[in-house]
Design a protein around this ligand. Sequence first.
Ligand code: AVJ
Length: 324
Amino acid sequence: MKTNLSDLPEIGVSSLFEQDVLDGLMQMPKRLQSKYFYDETGDILFQQIMACPEYYLTNCELEVFSKQSSALAERICRPGQSFDLIELGAGDATKSEYLLDFLVRSNVDFKYLPIDISDNILQELKARFNKSLPQLVVQPLAGEYFEMLKVATQESANRKVIFFLGANIGNMDKDQAIDFCHTLRSNLSPGDLLLIGFDLKKHPRIILNAYDDQGKITSKFNLNLLARINRELDSDFDLERFEHYQTYDPETGASKSYLVSLQEQHISIKGQIVAFAINETIYMEVSQKYSIEEIAVIAQRCGFRAGGYWIDSKGWFADVCWEV
Ligand code: AVJ
């Protein structure tokens, strides 16, 4: 049994989660960080989102991986050279599974290192792969992307292939995405590869609907962060008094989610009082959309060489390969 620092009973010390929550709710305008969505309930809700008819992203990327796995494999492998396949934000790895399966069946020599903030989902993933792909070496790393990437790098000198799929990069705004890719670049060596999944700009209504589903799962997903704060930071949010509100701006490509306070209210979190005005918002998450041209600019600015891209048949989602 692995213990997280945040699980330990505190002795006057506050967890990073507590600091980030209080910090964000003291800001004007208020905000919370979307990386905290993924507790046990959040993982389940996100899996339900991926199964929503409106949430096209997963199916589009699945199509790329299922129909073009041999082309992807060819791009990734070097004859006679083993490598480490490191997946950032692996989640349940439904997309990469196709390729992993293909690589294993082609007797490619590689190790799979999934990195995720959720230790819970990684344990599930490992158990599943041990059964379905017993020959695959899986070494899960639970934690923040760059901390875990350092751990992975210290342990082996193999060529690295980094996967950052599922439009996880969309949870950063454009400037943060560029910083992130820059940092990634500086952690890689010549010969290493990066494969990133970008959600593309498309009809604004399709994007808005993907984050404002009829079944209200996205709303539950957002509200679950308040429930998590209630559970872990003994606060008293009443989820009925907040409402999910989604926007999409076709000019910037940013789809943002908010929770709106439906009344004036005071919330106590770890003994601190946070005041909400009626209609005051908490900015929860950005899901940034890109054009192929914008993606090419990011690669160039971060010092990567473009190494091809794969797009689904609708033209809605791109997996892009960059070389160091
Ligand atoms: C996991 C970041 C790709 O932004 O599309 C889905 C998260 N939030 N619905 C996304 C999410 C609301 C998702 N990513």
